[in-house]
Design a binder for this molecule. Structure first.
Ligand code: ATP
Ligand code: MG
Length: 491
């Protein structure tokens, strides 16, 4: 094989060979879980298909693979490419949607556009599971269910392999789980089988994909890069070419920038304070404390918060550390937590998700919190503006974009969960004027309530200032809780 010592896994009789670099690493990596992600056209899908070809040769009838994509149409080009790669090795059985090898190996092609369908795989067993475009899955639950199907009666080493590009509704969890641990770094982590509850320690690794590592594509299709360059903004093209996870495709709040993040300062006593709340029990709740800037205030050289700007000076995000999962606190406990955090402050106004006032056979959440000493009034819950009206997300967007004088919405850099979840929110695929609610949107909802409680007066600037993306570099890092990382020397 070509050069880099991967001969043991690249020299079989199938026509396909991994290219040197990440593809070769991908097919040789012995760890249970390998995620290959980054640049478009980096050779990820080829690597996944080729890896199974080699696995099938090696393990014959014990090789049982499942390749999953989110959407059915997206499977078709993958099947077409697999036909080329497996030519003379395996045949496509349309009715069963699988490739069959004469030696008994099989590779199923399936799609999973509904998270609940992952339950149908309970009791299955595969030696390889491939998830293509992992970032198309808004949350990891269905993926973890597929992972739980990896076991082999023949006792061969099983493995989970996934490919992905930056962007998409799952960008956030994929980045936090795999990319932030660092490239080529083995991470050991307990994995709880969602079907049986059994916990075992599994090792995983992220391999970054770059277009430059796919000379086969560049040789055969010299127009590929110029075509990419014409089909997106400079930032997006950079994300595609370099596989940069800190550049976010299609961010809903696209004018969010470094100027929306400020170093904490003591909020003067006479500033008006506002508390906003989005209730959650199984899902996270979000409490945001906002101060209204009474006069233009210079917060750092070159940055002024104009009169009327809202500053998020504190937050309490009720998440148990796993994205999208709540703390399961009752209304009284949340109320007590709020009172403790704001002790000594005068809160002039408090707004909350109107649904907390609905009664369902007993006192509402809002009423229980009132009895515990925390009052709210129902927030305006309009998400998308009707003709001409500036409401919901428009207000929030306009505040983030701000005016020439400065941003009308800023957050203290201590509000880590806001900074982690809001800027990466994406447009809804079917309703682009709304945001994709399958991502972690609780803090955005709570912020929307705050923005509507202090609506910006028209006019709104026609041209928002150019985005400064340095916040992404500053804030893109961090490791998942409990992850243990060590350099992977096995290569
Ligand atoms: N090892 C290889 N041998 C021959 N050709 C290859 C190899 N790897 C990749 N290619 C060529 O590069 C093309 C693009 O690779 P591939 O589809 O795997 O990229 P990708 O990273 O999955 O792209 P996307 O991000 O668009 O999903 C393939 O269709 C194939 O023509
Ligand atoms: Mg691909």
């Amino acid at each position: 094989m070509d050069g880099d010592g991967g001969a043991d896994r690249g020299a079989g009789p199938i026509g396909w060979r991994p290219q040197p670099g990440p593809q070769a690493l991908f097919v040789r990596c012995p760890l249970f879980e390998v995620v290959y992600g980054g640049a478009r056209g980096g050779g990820k899908t080829d690597a996944a298909l080729g890896e199974f070809g080699l696995h099938a040769q090696e393990h014959k009838a014990a090789a049982k693979g499942l390749l999953v994509r989110r959407h059915r149409v997206a499977l078709e080009p993958t099947i077409a490419r697999a036909r080329q790669i497996y030519l003379g090795e395996a045949t496509w059985a349309e009715a069963k949607s699988r490739f069959e090898w004469a030696n008994g190996a099989v590779l199923y092609f399936r799609y999973l556009d509904n998270d609940a369908d992952a339950d149908l795989y309970q009791g299955h067993d595969y030696s390889r599971v491939y998830v293509e475009e992992l970032t198309q899955f808004p949350n990891p639950a269905p993926v973890d269910k597929l992972k739980a199907t990896l076991r082999s009666a023949a006792g061969i080493r099983c493995g989970f392999r996934a490919t992905c590009n930056p962007g998409g509704p799952g960008h956030n969890w994929v980045k936090a789980r795999y990319i932030d641990a660092g490239p080529m770094t083995a991470v050991e982590e307990p994995f709880r089988n969602p079907f049986t509850g059994k916990v075992r320690t599994l090792a995983r690794m992220f391999i970054p994909a770059r277009l430059a590592d796919n000379p086969a594509l560049l040789r055969n299709d010299p127009g590929y890069i110029p075509r990419l360059q014409q089909s997106g903004s400079a930032e997006l093209v950079r994300a595609w070419l370099e596989g940069d996870w800190n550049v976010i495709q299609g961010a809903f709040f696209d004018s969010w920038s470094n100027r929306n993040i400020v170093t904490p300062f003591a909020v003067p006593r006479d500033w008006t304070r506002l508390r906003a709340f989005d209730w959650g029990y199984a899902a996270p709740f979000s409490v945001g404390w906002w101060a209204l800037v009474p006069e233009d205030r210079r917060v750092r050289p070159g940055l002024v918060l104009p009169r009327g700007a809202l500053v998020r000076y504190r937050e309490w995000y009720g998440c148990n550390g796993r994205p999208g999962e709540g703390l399961r606190l009752d209304a009284e406990t949340v109320a007590r937590g709020i009172l403790e955090r704001e002790a000594g402050e005068t809160i002039a106004m408090a707004v909350a998700d109107p649904s907390i006032f609905s009664e369902d056979g007993g006192p509402s959440i809002g009423e229980r919190m009132r009895r515990a000493g925390v009052r709210f009034r129902p927030a305006d819950n309009t998400r998308v503006g009707k003709a001409g009206a500036l409401s919901g997300w428009d207000q929030m967007r306009a505040r983030i974009a701000g005016t020439e004088a400065g941003p009308m919405l800023a957050v203290f850099d201590s509000c880590r969960d806001f900074i982690r979840t809001v800027p990466v929110l994406q447009h809804d695929r079917l309703r682009p004027e709304d945001l994709d609610t399958s991502a972690e949107d609780h803090i955005a909802d709570e912020t929307r309530y705050a923005c509507l409680a202090r609506a910006m007066p028209p006019p709104i600037p026609a041209t928002p200032p150019a985005a400064d993306d340095s916040w992404r570099r500053d804030w893109g890092g961090g490791r998942g809780p409990g992850a243990r990382a060590r350099g992977w020397k096995a290569l």
